[in-house]
Every structure is written in structure tokens, then in C-alpha cells.
Design a protein around this ligand. Sequence first.
Ligand code: ADP
Ligand code: MG
Length: 729
Amino acid sequence: MSTLRFRVVEKAFQAKPVEVAVPAERPSDYFAKYVFNREKMFKYLPTAVYNRLVDVMDHGATLDRDIADEVAQGMKKWAMELGATHYTHWFQPLTEGTAEKHDAFVEHDGKGGMMEEFSGKLLVQQEPDASSFPNGGIRNTFEARGYSAWDPSSPVFVVDDTLCIPTVFIAYTGESLDYKAPLLKALRAVDKAAVDVCHYFNPDVKKVVAYLGWEQEYFLVDEGLYAARPDLLLTGRTLMGHEASKNQQLEDHYFGAIPTRVAAFMKDLEIQALELGIPVKTRHNEVAPNQFELAPIFEECNLAVDHNMLIMSLMRKVARTHGFRVLLHEKPFKGVNGSGKHNNWSLGTDTGVLLMSPGKTPEENLRFITFVVNTLMAVYRHNGLLKASIMSATNAHRLGANEAPPAIISSFLGTQLSRVLDHMEESSTDELVVLSGKHGMKLDIPQIPELLIDNTDRNRTSPFAFTGNRFEFRAVGSEANCASGMIALNAAVAEQLVIFKNEVDELIGKGEAKIPAIIQVLRKYIKLSKPIRFDGNGYSDEWKEEAKRRGLDCETSVPVIFDNYLSPDSIKMFESTGVMTRKELEARNEVKWETYTKKIQIEARVLGDLVMNHIVPVATEYQTKLIDNVYKMRGLFSEEETRKLSAENLAIIRKIAEHTSYIKEHVDSMIDARKVANKITDEREKAVAYHDTIAPMLEQIRYHIDKLELIVDDQMWTLPKYRELLFIR
Ligand code: ADP
Ligand code: MG
């Protein structure tokens, strides 16, 4: 019998924290060391070129080819000083990861030698042979070209020996094949729509920026233990494993002292993240054992998305240095919390105003309420779409699984804001509201100064909660590209702000004064969007019933949820904001359905394989031992005594037989079900078949495997158990 499990357990127990070399300088000195930011642009580019590049970055001016060459020269010089020998267009295809193809700077020098070369042409545009990226049928095989184009609003950076250039990825015919292109379009749409609305309050506003602060949750597992779990290795989650006797009941992990090996990992990760210009700030233990969280200071949304993609790959890399594997899957372990990625989102102006933040004057508060109410309207009208934007085969294990937000989008506003909206809705005058900010609370402990108490309360069960100066989209999955949710949210808010502006202008056109016109439209929206507001317990069954009555989208089947992208309202919204066309939406849904199918398919194969190669042989071997024992008892005792003394063993022998035959039978029928589903040509129908017939079988089979794990001799069990995966670090 294999002893791999025991060897890896022993080794994991002996693992020591890896020494981390801490830079001599302060973080503020090494921050963005590997980023070609403005400071370096200024140093490495001629002033005229620098000024034009800043115009491109700040005002969306077009980057001319003639300056691109000069920018490329400066970049190359800077990158080579850091030891870079290669460059890559770094893009975000629809696979949830990032893609890169490295080329060396070298070119022939025409004299039989080589020289370092990097032209503006290579910086600005590439044509990756990318026919095997998911495209949902947009690129026909005869026209398999895709183009990547530099996004100057996200700075280039150096990783190891490579200059990485953030790019969009589009088809020959212009459709987006990635997340960045539609995100940039959505951000432009919300910028423009919000600027127009801001002009009711301040004519000086020229730009509105969407901000994103993500909170990344993750698990760490010792590398050896991970390697001994083929399911983790191949699917990112455990497909089997009985709960450990202790898990998170005592709530002793959350915010607890960070284990030393993990602390070393975090320190290393943070140093490298800061060097790449990612403003990481917060780290702590999460609720589940071996679960942790990392959060940066919020940034402009496009940059924040890039930084999240970058940090996920950095985490994978740094974890290995420390003998860990990082699990970004939303639900790696049954029975303990899964991982999410709260997306803190807000809008801010170039005049320095956070639009989701209450103001000091009644007029500022009206602006605040305008943006909050329009956000609520957008979330209400597109709640199904927003759910689709964060849904995946993996996140489905978390949403609605009684520990994370349910698979229903609703918004929590907190007592104060709810009261304000209720008051506005009921009152018939056009009076402006006064909001109280933080208030002081004196404690009866002399050495503790007065505390400033926030007027907002928290509700951890809400998928879209207002938290004082922002909304927190909590349903986003830990593994997801934040862009998906951010595209849907920003585009929906952009559409809504345009509608709002039109309605208000119409009233003004009819002779209504500005403020009463705004209040009138808001009052109507407060009434209309009421069904999306929910301050109660989002985990309760009553809420599911209530949400259904309110007409919110309560669908739980992932492939069916994706239909929301193709509803007439969604298509209209995406097309009117210029974010995506119907053709792009259709193609992307093909990709979503296909990905869903493949994920379940892989899980089914891995489970079948583990069952036949690990579980059944081990259980049978143990059963044979017991049978042997019963036979040998016969040699020592009378028939009657043997029956009495072996009663327990006979019962176990029977149980093992029952479980293994169930498992074997169901693995066979799962294979048959797959054969049937695989014949379906329509991607949506195939995904639905995988959801309805195959996914439930995984759970049913698992139940019996987990029962066997409890019965079979621990010494014989080959796969590391939950208590080992979750508690050794
Ligand atoms: P929590 O209380 O939810 O743990 P934190 O205070 O740690 O949250 O903040 C979580 C994230 O929200 C951080 O990335 C933070 O920078 C970000 N954040 C704070 N204010 C805003 C805002 N106005 N807009 C967007 N993100 C914000
Ligand atoms: Mg949070």
C-alpha cells in the first residue's frame, strides 16, 4: 500500500518558514520599482512625448504611431536596465487567467550579428496566433487572426526578464475576445453618463472615474499534501473528503495570529506586489482553517482589475517558493467557508468628490442620493444579469450554499440610508435631506479617546451592500476576473444615468425647476427599485420565498442564469452603452456554456478515476482483511461464538460492499450520462444536461466515498484527509 500520504504528512509537519529577504529601503521607496509609471516616463521620455502620453492616459487621446516609437525606445531602455531581455503583450482572454507570449528584444543587425530592438509597432500592436483561445465562434478558422493592442491607461511592468504590456485582445472583425476591451468601453460609458449627471451639481466636472477595491480570499495548502490529492491538482477542489471533526466551529482562525509559514509567504508576496505597484494593505486569517485574505487600497477600476489578475499569478508563484499551493477556487472544501472576492465599487470625480459618499450640505446630499438611487435602479433592473456576470461552475458551489450571499441579488443600505430614502419617497415636498456624518461616542475609560462611530451598519449576508462611501459587490468569486462583474455593473449604471438625465431634462423642459425635477424622478425610482432593497438575513429560506414574490431573479442553474446576457433588456443595455454587441454577447455565452460543461466533465472524469484507482481498491482490500479475520475466527471458535465475536466485522464488510457497489454502479451511469450529453451539439443544451444530470451525481457518489473514509483503516487510506489539508501549515 502506498505510503505517499504519510510521507507528505510527515514532511509537511516538518516544514519551516522560508527566510524572506526584506529590502533595506522602505516600502515607499521600492513601491512600483518594476513599473514604468509617470515618474519613469518623465525620466526616460523626451518631454514632448511624455506630455502627449499623459494626454493619452488622462483624456483618452489617441496614441499616434510617431510617438509610439519614442515611447518604445524609452521603455526598452528602462526595462533593459532592470535586466529584461523579452517583452510580451499581456492580455486577459475569456479563460479567467492571463495570457502572454514572450519575444526577445533581439533582431538581426544586418551585419551578421544581433541587436536589441523594440519598435513602437511592436509596443502598440501584435498579432498573436491565438486561434486556440475561446472565442465562441467569432473567429472562423479561415480568419483565425486576433490582435492585441496596448492599453496605455495601464502601465507596463517587468516580471523576471520580461517587459509586460497590458493589452486588449480583439478579433480581425473588431469584436472583443477578452475582458479588458469591454471593460474599457463600460468605464468610458459610465464616465460620460456620470459627468452629464454631475453637471446638475457642478459644471466643472470633466471626468468621473470608477474605483475598485477588491478583497481576495484564498486557501493555502502544503505542496506535498496538494500533490497527493489528484482532485485538487486537476480541478482546484476536493471532490471527496469527510469533514474533519474540528473545522471552523470555534471561530478560532478568523483574525487569529497568522501562522509563521504563512506569515513568511504573505511578507514575500507583499514585497513583490508593492514592487509591481500593487498597493497591498490588508492581510488576515479568514473564517475557515487555512483560509486568508489580502486587500489593496482601491484604485481606478481598469488598473485594479489588472492588479488583481497580476496578484493571482504572483500568489501562485510565491506560494511555491514557500512550499504551498494557493487555492483560488471558490469552494475547495466542503463544510467550511468558500472564498469570494468582494468588489468595493464607487464613482469619483476629477474634482475630488466621491459620489457614493454623503456630503456636508443638503445639495451635496442630493447628489449622493442621486447616485445611490440610480445605482439601485440599475441593480434592480439588471439583477439577473449581474448574477450572471459573477456566476461560474465554481462560484455556484459558494452562492446559495448557506455561507455566502444567496444566488439572488439584493441590496442592503443600512438603517440610516433606508430611512432617508423612505422619507423621500413619502414626503410630498421638495425639501432636501440632512444626513448626519460620523458621531462621537465617549467611553467610560479615560485613556481611550472619543471614538468616531460610523452611521452605516453592516450586513454580511448581502450580495450588494452599501458600506458608507461605496457599494460592495460581494457575490464575486475568488477565482474570477473582476472585470466580468465590473463590465456589467458599470454599463448598467451608465445606461441608468442616461435614462435619469433624459427624464430630468424632460421635466425641466416642461418648466420644472432643476432640484424639484431631480427629486421627482428620484422619488419615482425609489418606489420602483424597492424590491431590490433587503436588509434582512440573505441566508434564510424566507428570503428566497420573499424574493420570488418580489420578482427578483431566483434561478439557480448556472447555464440558465447565463441566459440573462441575451435577454432583450441586457442586449439593449450593452448596445446602447456601446459596450458589447449582440454578436459579442452571443459568442461570449457560447464560451461560458462550453467552459461550464468542460469543468463538470473534468470533475466527473477525475472522480471516476479516483474511485476506481484509489477508493474501491483500498476499501476492498480492507474488506478482504476483515473477511480473513472472520474466517480465522472460525478456526479458533465455534460457529456460534464466531458469529457473535465477528458481528461487528460482518456489519462493516456488508457496509463496504454496499457503498462500493453503489459507487461503482453510479460511476458507470455517470459515464453513460456523459455519453448522452456529449452528443448534444447545442452548447447551451449540453451545459444544461451537465448541470441537471451529471453535477448531482458527483455529490451522490461523494456521499458514499466519504462514508467509506470513516470506515476504512486510516493506515490504508491513500488520500490526505481534510484534517491534514486544513490544519497543517
Ligand atoms: P471591509 O470592512 O469590508 O473589510 P476595508 O475597509 O478593508 O473593508 O476595505 C475593503 C476595500 O474597499 C479596500 O480595498 C478599500 O481600499 C476599498 N475601498 C474603500 N473605500 C472605497 C471606495 N470609496 N471605493 C472603492 N473601494 C473602496
Ligand atoms: Mg469587505
